[in-house]
Design a protein around this ligand. Sequence first.
Ligand SMILES: Nc1ncnc2c1ncn2[C@@H]1O[C@H](COP(=O)(O)OP(=O)(O)OP(=O)(O)O)[C@@H](O)[C@H]1O
Ligand SMILES: [Mg+2]
Length: 227
Amino acid sequence: MSASPFIEFRDVSVAYSRDVTGLDHLSLQIERGEFTFFTGPTGAGKSTLLKVLTREVHHTDGEVRLGGQNLNDFRDSNVHKLRRQMGIVPQNYELLPTKRVWENLAYALRSVGKSRKEVRDEVPRILQQVNIAHRIDAYPHQLSGGEQQRVVIGRALINKPPLLIADEPTGNLDPSQSIEIMELLLGLNSEGMTVLIASHDMPVVERFAKRTVRLEHGRIVAAEAGE
Ligand SMILES: Nc1ncnc2c1ncn2[C@@H]1O[C@H](COP(=O)(O)OP(=O)(O)OP(=O)(O)O)[C@@H](O)[C@H]1O
Ligand SMILES: [Mg+2]
């Protein structure tokens, strides 16, 4: 058994250019099964932190480990192997507008190499998991924002990932839809998934009293353990 944390940032910096800092010597540990909010004002580095983990952004200093693996050991040609271990809900992600709910998921499943038979089995299972199975034939524009976001989260679950990374998953939602989406993410967490969420929606974040890490200028300025 290894005692190393599931996710570890050690003195990590991201310099986008000489003048633009995404992360500034940030250190952080996250254990398996944790639910963590990253908060802070626009430009604080929330998306950058999540993108370092998904390897959309390369850190320029320090060390990042996930499940004992050093992210620098993943070449760009291998990054799909890293991403298979995580579900990613990008900031402002939009479903394919001309495809129905089930087709959006089927498309994602096919693109990771699932067979037609697997797609037939998996689509209803995933839609049930995110509680939107009753709208399987709808087009995205026929769904509310919260319903669309359920499908987006479903799309992130196609590899049954141990880690879910969601960047502003309630960004365009009204308060009651935001709470429903957070409850969905908490439900996934209670089934064992490690969940990381960037959110500047403080009323929603505070309502759930989970571990909260506040960033400003790429640094951690406050942290609360949560209940
Ligand atoms: N691709 C990029 N190229 C250059 N600079 C970037 C890039 N992405 C982000 N930055 C800069 O890095 C800093 C952190 O940005 P980031 O997107 O991580 O903030 P954020 O906390 O997610 O903000 P928001 O709440 O608006 O989503 C900002 O100063 C931003 O301008
Ligand atoms: Mg962001």
